[in-house]
Ligand binder design. Structure first.
Ligand code: ATP
Ligand code: MG
Length: 329
């Protein structure tokens, strides 16, 4: 059985992009794969954070993932399992500055004021490679924005194997969904939907109420044209394309079918249908998340047990990597 690893940062409540790009596929994969799903709290320190918010968001994200259908025995938080940090350090010393300099996520997140960002943000992809390879995971379900980081993880694994003269780390295969792998902001069709976007209106989060979902969709940016009948008519209309793509992904239809369904209509009718569809799927998740949030002790227990299992899997692999690089025990 192939091993799957994937993570989500507890930098906020998971949103529709996380759901369509990652979480929904995790739920499917766990049926026939050996899965580990991780709240990557160490990655959450790469941007400015508040300890109180981090604690709260780690629990809230745990609740959201459970409410979405993630198996509780497969879920844990990264910092509770030392293998991540230990292999992450080794990979800091395997990865090359030239490789990291090409990472577009660093450029996007650091913006113009690079000098003032944490060193952690810069080496983030090395830790991400360690997250996966500490388990010898071979399949990684992520959104499109993580494609480049996974290529880097394979470069790191290959260089480690080459330098140590042994085929120790396996190749990783990214599992990026064919549709809705990059859900865009509701306020700006050129930016991806993100937890870290300062505008709460830019994203639908998994504990929004039905009213909040409807209001965010109503206010989502669009253009003045009616909806086209074919994909060519979406050229230069990123906001329209985004909403139609979300509709298609949520209803498990093709974009072509959705275009046929709404051809020639204005955004008013379409947005109402989209809001109804989102509420139908997400409102039960939000209700269950709120219910789970009432029992923090249970959420803590889920994370502790998950960490125990993750430790048991990663410990022999990372100990072996440490031996290979020359550490004495
Ligand atoms: P942050 O802004 O803090 O980086 P994020 O919204 O980018 O948060 P992550 O925790 O970094 O979310 O990513 C978790 C998973 O969700 C990853 O697999 C990532 O590829 C996926 N993902 C993130 N944003 C989107 C999006 N807009 N569309 C599709 N998938 C996404
Ligand atoms: Mg991100």
């Amino acid at each position: 059985m192939q091993r799957v690893f994937s993570g989500i940062q507890p930098t906020g409540i998971p949103h529709l992009g996380n759901y369509l790009g990652a979480i929904r596929n995790w739920v499917t994969l766990q049926k026939d794969h050996d899965c580990l799903f991780c709240l990557v709290d160490m990655h959450s320190l790469t941007m400015p954070w508040s300890p109180e918010a981090l604690r709260e968001q780690t629990l809230a994200s745990t609740a959201c993932l459970l409410a979405s259908g993630i198996d509780p025995t497969r879920l844990y938080n990264q910092s509770a399992v030392s293998a991540h940090a230990r292999l992450g350090w080794i990979f800091n010393c395997v990865s090359r500055l030239g490789w990291l300099n090409r990472m577009t996520q660093f450029k996007d997140k650091a913006g113009k004021n690079r000098e003032n960002h944490s060193a952690g943000l810069y080496v983030y992809p090395n830790l991400m490679a360690a997250d996966i390879l500490a388990f010898h995971a071979t399949r990684v379900p992520v959104g499109d924005d993580q494609r480049q980081h996974l290529e880097l993880a394979n470069d790191i694994a290959q260089k480690f194997n080459h330098d140590m003269g042994v085929e120790f780390f396996p190749l990783i295969e990214p599992l990026i969904p064919p549709h809705a792998a990059r859900v865009m902001s509701l306020r700006d069709g050129s930016k991806k939907m993100s937890k870290s976007d300062p505008s709460a209106q830019s994203r639908i989060i998994l504990n929004d109420t039905a009213d909040e979902i409807a209001q965010k969709i109503r206010k989502a940016r669009t253009d003045a044209e009616p909806l086209p009948s074919e994909e060519a008519g979406l050229e230069g209309r990123p906001e329209a394309r985004n909403l139609l793509t979300i509709y298609a992904a949520m209803s498990n239809k093709t974009l072509a079918d959705v275009l046929t369904q709404f051809a020639g209509q204005g955004f008013g009718t379409f947005k109402q249908a989209l809001a109804d569809l989102l509420v139908e799927t997400l409102a039960p998740v939000a209700d269950e998340t709120r219910r789970l949030m009432d029992d923090k002790a249970h959420l803590m227990q889920v994370l502790r047990q998950g960490a125990e299992r993750a430790r048991a899997v990663s410990e022999p692999i990372v100990s072996e990597a440490e031996k290979l690089v020359g550490f004495l025990r």
